[in-house]
Design a protein around this ligand. Structure first.
Ligand code: ATP
Ligand code: MG
Ligand code: FE
Length: 333
């Protein structure tokens, strides 16, 4: 089976073709980051306009690179939420038009489910499974008792992990999005400032990053007032040490309460080297009966291959949409 996936929930226009839910034949990603950098974040209107310009080009390129004829496709899968409404609408509209014109079934996909299914390109998913999704807009622990079944057992009460990285990056005068650069700086510094580790003592699987963000901002501002300069490397290392410790400990705590065959680390922040390394080490030490799967770096950020993969499982369960499908910006599981 050949699924054409379409993703446009935020600032990446992407189209992919995936065979049998496991082989990527093409995965075209048109990033708009350059256009948003000077505003220090994603500007919804700018994002929509870019998607309109890119979407048909990406569809053509994905078909061409995969050397697939439209006639041979099985279905079209599209992200219909969560995300920016104007951005989502471009993908949904393009998917509906393409499905209608080529008489193909239409599969609605949740973007967060897509992030989780990015792991299936590394290894076949086995259930029950626990996924830590860490991205620009989400930080949640998702329990999956079987394919295409999702239960959120914990989530952030305020900022998402990626959002915290980007906000702290702004204070350090780094350009948006700053997760990757903070990660690189962190490897050159030490956890000298030892920021708070929020909610670690609480018996739940929720997260909070706004206290950490405030502690970071206060430290930097107070130093500025005293005209002291703090080490960027140590600040980055201290911030990252707090984020990583909380994410890893909470995930292990959850996996002990919900025993699973596999653990998945997913979302844009799963590209973080510090998080990948610590998670691997702690899971190996403390959860000998679970395997950890982390998508390859290029599949952690937004892309349509992950949407096609999640779409394949929905297709297998006959979860289809008709042409009345609409964008759902606040979609949850
Ligand atoms: P969502 O998936 O919640 O709708 P999104 O799609 O905007 O949000 P992603 O594209 O999945 O988010 O991830 C982008 C986020 O990942 C940004 O906040 C970015 O700073 C962060 N990020 C990317 N690479 C790294 C890294 N190496 N370390 C930490 N954060 C990173
Ligand atoms: Mg993005
Ligand atoms: Fe995303």
């Amino acid at each position: 089976e050949l699924i054409l996936g379409i993703e446009s929930s935020c600032d990446e226009t992407s189209v992919a073709i995936v065979k049998d839910g496991q082989t990527i034949l093409s995965n075209i990603v048109a990033s708009q980051i350059k256009s948003h950098k000077r505003f220090g974040g994603v500007v919804p209107e700018v994002a929509s306009r870019h998607h309109v310009e890119q979407i048909t080009l990406c569809i053509d390129e994905a078909l061409q690179e995969a050397q697939i004829d439209k006639k041979d496709l099985t279905a079209v899968a599209v992200t219909y939420g969560p995300g920016l409404v104007g951005a989502l609408l471009i993908g949904v509209q393009a998917a509906k038009a393409f499905a209608w014109a080529n008489q193909l079934p239409l599969i609605p996909v949740n973007h967060i489910a897509g992030h989780i299914y990015a792991a299936c390109f590394e290894e076949e998913l086995q259930f029950p499974l626990l996924a830590l999704v860490v991205s620009g807009g989400h930080t949640e622990l998702v329990y999956m008792k079987e394919d295409a079944s999702y239960e959120i057992i914990g989530e952030t009460r305020d900022d998402a992990a990626g959002e915290a990285y980007d906000k702290v990056g702004r204070v350090l005068n780094l350009s948006y999005p700053s997760g990757k650069e903070i990660d690189q700086l962190a490897h050159l510094g030490k956890d000298h400032y030892h920021f708070p580790r929020a909610m670690l003592q609480e018996d739940n699987f929720d997260f909070s990053f706004s206290g950490l963000k405030s502690a970071f901002i206060n430290l930097v501002h107070n130093a500025q007032q005293r005209q002291e300069t703090l080490s960027q490397e140590d600040l980055a290392a201290s911030f990252q040490a707090s984020v990583v410790e909380v994410l890893v400990k909470k995930t292990i705590h959850a996996a002990k309460a919900y025993p699973v065959k596999q653990l998945v680390l997913a979302g844009g922040v799963a590209a973080n080297q510090g998080l990948r390394e610590t998670m691997k080490q702690k899971v190996a030490e403390q959860l000998p009966h679970s395997t950890l799967i982390i998508p390859s770096l290029r599949l952690c950020g937004d892309n349509a291959a992950m949407i096609a993969a999640a779409g394949q499982t929905e297709f297998n369960k006959h979860n289809l949409a008709d042409l009345s499908l609409n964008a759902c910006p606040g979609l949850s599981f």
